[in-house]
Structures are given as C-alpha cells and as structure tokens.
Design a binder for this molecule. Structure first.
Ligand code: NAD
Ligand code: 6OD
Length: 530
C-alpha cells in the first residue's frame, strides 16, 4: 500500500509457517512523528482457531517429541539468528515504540537473545524429584516425576518492551516442549512478526510459533484466551486487562501467569551514595519514557537530604536529551500513542488540581520539526501531594514521579507499602543492614538495593496484589510452562547395592521395563507402569 509517495509495508499473521492475511487491517503508527509505518492484518476468530490448531498439530507431531538437547540447540540457534539480524530487530522495535535506538540496542534486543539462551541452558540441566521408596511388601522402588509440556500456550503481551517481554514467555514455553500462539500488542506488532522470519532457519518446525494480530476484547486477544484448545494463558499488561482475561479463562479452567501493573516506590536514605542514587533514581523514573512496569512513580527521601535530592533529580530530568529515537544521543523518546499521551496529560492536570507543586515538566516539549506530531511529554516531578491523592495511588506509566520527605524508616516503609500494587521497590542506602532489613519489609515481588532493573534471569519475577499472579524466571517459568507428573514407577527386586543405582534404572525408560528386565542393569523388573 502507498501513503503519499511512501510505501507502507504490511505486517501479516504467521500461522503454521506461512504469513497469512486477514480480512481487515489496522494502522501501525510511529510514535515519534505520528506517521503510519505499516498496515497490520487483523486475525479474526477463524484465523485464531487455525493458529491454535496448527500449534496443536506441531506439538503432537514433532516438537514435544524432540529430545530436550535438540530443542535447546534450536533455541540457541534462534538466539544466534536474532543477533545476526540485530539491526533489523532494533529498527523495527524503535519504529514501533519510539524508544531510543541506544536503549533498544542495549536492552530490548540483547535480552531477546539472552532469554532464549537462558531457558535453553536451564532446560538441559534441571532435574525433578526422584525418591527411593518401598512397596508395602518391602520391595525397592523408584518414584519420580517427569516434566510434560502443557500444550498450546496463548501469549499476550504489551507494547512497552515488546520483544523482550514476548521472548521472556516464548523461550521457556518452547524449552518445555509447548507450541505457542502469540498476540502482540496492537501498538507494536513488528518484532513478533520479525521473529517469525527467523524461526525456520533456526529449525523450529512449522506451527510451533504462531502470531495473530489484533486487539483485546472481541478480537484476537479474547478469541485466544477463550479458545478451548489453548491450555494456558500467560499475559503481561494492565491489571484491569488481567481481570478481564481471568474472567474469560475461568470458563475453560486454564492456568494463568499474570505480570501486571505497578506503582513502585524508591526509598532514599540520607546515608546513600548521593550521586549514584540520583543517577539510579533517574533511570528508575525515566527509562523508556517511564514506560516500564518497574519504574518508580513514588520516591520517598529522608528529610535531611530532601531538598538537595529534589534539586538534583530536577537537574537530571532537565538534562535528559529528548528527541528523535533514531538519534544515538537521545535518552527520552515519545510515549507510545496519542491516547497514552492524552492519559498522561490528564494526570498532569489532575496533579495540579490535587495540589501538587510542579518541580519540573508537566507539559509538552516543542521541537519545531516533524517531532511535534509525535507523542512527547516533558519528564515531570511533583512534590506536595497527599498520599491519598489519585496521582499517588494510580499507575500513570510515564516519565513522572512524586517525591515525599520522611523522618523515620518505619514511616517510609508504611508509605511505600500503601498501595494495592506490589511489583517492585528500590532501597538506596550505604547501610547494608538497613538495606536488607527494609528490603524484607517491602510487600513486592522484586526489591533492589542500590540498583534498579538489574536482572538475573534465573530469579523469580512477578508481583503481588494487583501486580500479578505467579512468578516467571528460571525454574519458576519451567514450572508454569510444564506439568510435573509422577507417571512411571519401576520396581526392582530388593537390590540396594547394585552399582548402576536406581536412577540409572529409571533412565532406561519403557522398553527395558516392558521387556521385563531393566535395560541398564539387566535385573528383573518386577512391575512397571507407563
Ligand atoms: P494492556 O493490558 O492494555 O494490553 C496488553 C495486551 O493485552 C495487548 O496485547 C492487548 O491487545 C491485550 N488485551 C487487552 N484486552 C484484552 C482482553 N480483554 N483479552 C485478551 N487480551 C486483551 O496493556 P498495555 O497498555 O499494552 O501495557 C501497559 C501495562 O502493562 C501497564 O499497566 C504496565 O504496568 C503493564 N506491564 C506489566 C509488566 C510486568 O512485568 N508486571 C511488564 C510490562 C507492562
Ligand atoms: O526483566 C524481565 O524479565 C521483565 N519481565 C521485565 C518487565 C518489565 C516491565 O515493563
């Protein structure tokens, strides 16, 4: 399709290894200047069904039957393929989200490759429970668990870190032997589709990874979550969307993993390393134009350094380079959409109505060029709001924070915990004891001390309260994306001393057992069930 003299590309659905056009299209808009960069093909209910059936077939015929090492090797190839097309992924992510090219190059795309490597390595090394036990009549037995894929996983993701968050779910789902149907955000469809282009060269069979485009209610998102052949739903997005999805999946009793919104706090003690803390807090508030679920929108600062801290963070905010995402020097890009900017500006107005003092920002920057059509806002800092103010209670999801002084540690803890969200917190202090003590008191899933968004992919990630259900990361992801079942028991005649040991006997699998003997040790197997 042509727009003016420019060619606008098409972004298609990806089903069973083929790019597929839907009956309707919607526009993919570049947030930096409001231009249409692509027409996206919307999947209707029948296309979503085709994707689910393709996934079910691929799962049955091929993927779940591959050995773990083989699956892991292909996930490594996928990581390599992402790196080979690094620039394409960066450009697509930047055009869709408006995030600075420097940020996409250092965070989003490297993390996509790292996600596949992390789960490929983990799946090869993890074990499950295996116990030596005895039958009631005193014979030796092994009782052990095996990991089985759940089946077809519906993956629904948001627009703020599109590729990072999508691969955070696709990687462990595939590692466990599942097939997936992903529904990326309607705002950022490009990198999920680009990922489809590298699936075949990485040796991922057709139908294992499928992409359907569209919206939420009465569109691809809802069709996927209510589909009876989708075995589990993993979702990252707003808490209220989580509520809607939970109602839908209840009808077919699917397990869910929810990573939802946050209203995160940073607590800054007077004994902090001041410069490091101001830099760290600036990242925590403004990274990705404040559009990271982990961003701090509430900053509590010990009174002795309150004024100095406010002044220093103001200086940082005003020094951030706002501009074109394509410029390597840009630190702050636009918000995702005109609608999100309108929401942001409504909170900027509300803050004033609620009695905030505007330390800096609160408006829209002017560029005098095409960027004036983009969805930019100024980085903004407030003080002076009551803890009960809506701006302090509600997730805003932009480059904004409210700074509040405190006198005592307990007061800071109480204010930080005064929210129904429970995703993340950061504590800034050089007193190590205090750092650990306060971290333990935070009612959140993730607390950082003297840092922020420092991730080891093996640790649990997720929130409490309105911030989510379940944990992903490392073993937590594997446990969500698979069922551990105790489905085989091999019984050996009383023989505790045999050199091969009982675990080896277990590893010999069904054939040895069905032949009546253990294929490893050649002793008689008294009884086996498969
Ligand atoms: P959103 O909830 O509006 O949309 C997320 C996805 O859900 C999109 O793909 C959308 O099409 C789909 N969707 C919407 N309604 C649906 C429905 N009824 N059924 C099925 N699918 C539906 O979220 P967003 O605006 O894209 O993202 C921003 C939000 O995501 C913020 O609240 C942010 O805090 C949260 N988030 C949380 C985490 C986390 O790890 N906890 C990470 C990133 C973003
Ligand atoms: O780092 C991660 O694994 C993760 N899920 C980050 C989420 C960021 C939210 O915007």
């Amino acid at each position: 399709m042509r727009q003016g003299s420019r060619r606008v590309k098409s972004i298609l659905n990806y089903i069973n290894g083929q790019f597929v056009r839907g009956k309707r299209e919607f526009a993919d808009v570049n947030p930096a200047d409001g231009s249409v960069i692509a027409q996206v093909s919307e999947a209707d209910e029948s296309l979503v069904d085709q994707a689910v059936q393709a996934a079910r077939k691929a799962l049955r015929d091929e993927w779940s039957r591959l050995g773990v090492r083989d699956r892991a090797a292909r996930l490594h190839k996928l990581a390599d393929a992402i790196e080979t097309r690094f620039d394409d992924f960066v450009q697509a992510e930047v055009a869709d989200t408006g995030k600075p090219v420097a940020l996409a190059s250092r965070l989003d795309v490297p993390r996509a490759a790292a996600n596949f490597r992390a789960f490929a390595d983990l799946i090869k090394t993890v074990g499950l429970e295996c116990f030596s036990t005895e039958t009631p009549d005193g014979k030796n037995a092994l009782n052990y668990a095996v990991r089985k894929p759940l089946g077809v996983i519906g993956i629904i993701t948001p627009w703020n870190l599109p590729l990072l968050l999508l691969t955070w779910k696709v990687a462990p789902a595939l590692a466990c032997g599942n097939a997936v149907v992903v529904k990326p955000s309607e705002e950022t469809p490009a990198t999920a589709t680009l990922l489809a282009e590298v699936m075949t060269e990485a040796g991922i069979p057709n139908g294992v990874y499928n992409v359907v485009h569209g919206f939420g209610p009465e569109s691809a998102g809802e069709f996927l979550t209510r589909h009876p052949d989708v075995n589990a739903v993993t979702f990252t997005g707003e808490s209220q969307t989580g509520v809607a999805i939970m109602k839908t999946v209840a009808a077919t009793v699917k397990p869910v993993s929810f990573e939802l919104g946050g209203k995160n706090a940073a607590i800054v003690f007077a004994d902090c390393d001041f410069e490091d803390t101001v830099n760290g807090a600036s990242e925590a508030v403004f990274l990705n134009t404040g559009q990271v679920c982990l961003c701090a929108e509430r900053v509590y600062v010990e009174r002795a350094i309150f004024s100095r801290f406010v002044e220093a963070l103001k200086h940082k905010a005003e020094s951030l380079t706002i501009g074109s995402p394509l410029d390597r020097a840009t630190e702050l890009g636009p918000l995702i959409s005109a609608a999100h900017r309108e929401k942001m500006l409504s909170y900027y107005r509300l803050a004033r109505e609620e009695g905030a003092t505007v330390v800096t920002g609160g408006g829209v920057p002017e560029f005098g060029n095409a960027l004036d059509k983009g969805f930019y806002v100024q980085p903004t800092i407030y003080t002076g709001l009551a803890e009960s103010a809506r701006c302090v209670k509600e997730e805003i999801f932009g480059p904004v924070c409210h700074i509040v002084p405190f006198d005592a540690e307990e007061e800071a803890i109480a204010m930080a915990n005064g929210t129904r969200y429970g995703l993340a917190a950061s504590i800034w202090t050089t007193n190590l004891k205090r750092g650990h003590r306060v971290a333990q008191e935070m009612n959140v899933g993730i607390t950082w001390v003297n840092c922020w968004f420092l991730r080891d992919l093996r640790t649990p990630f997720g929130g409490m309260g309105l911030s989510g259900i379940g944990r992903e990361g490392g073993m937590h992801s594997l446990n969500f994306y698979s069922d551990a079942t105790t489905d085989r028991q091999l019984f050996h005649q009383s023989d505790r001393s045999h050199g091969h040991g009982q675990v080896l006997a277990m590893a010999c699998g069904g054939e040895g057992a069905s032949a009546g003997r253990c294929c490893t040790c050649d002793r008689a197997v008294l009884w086996a069930r498969h």
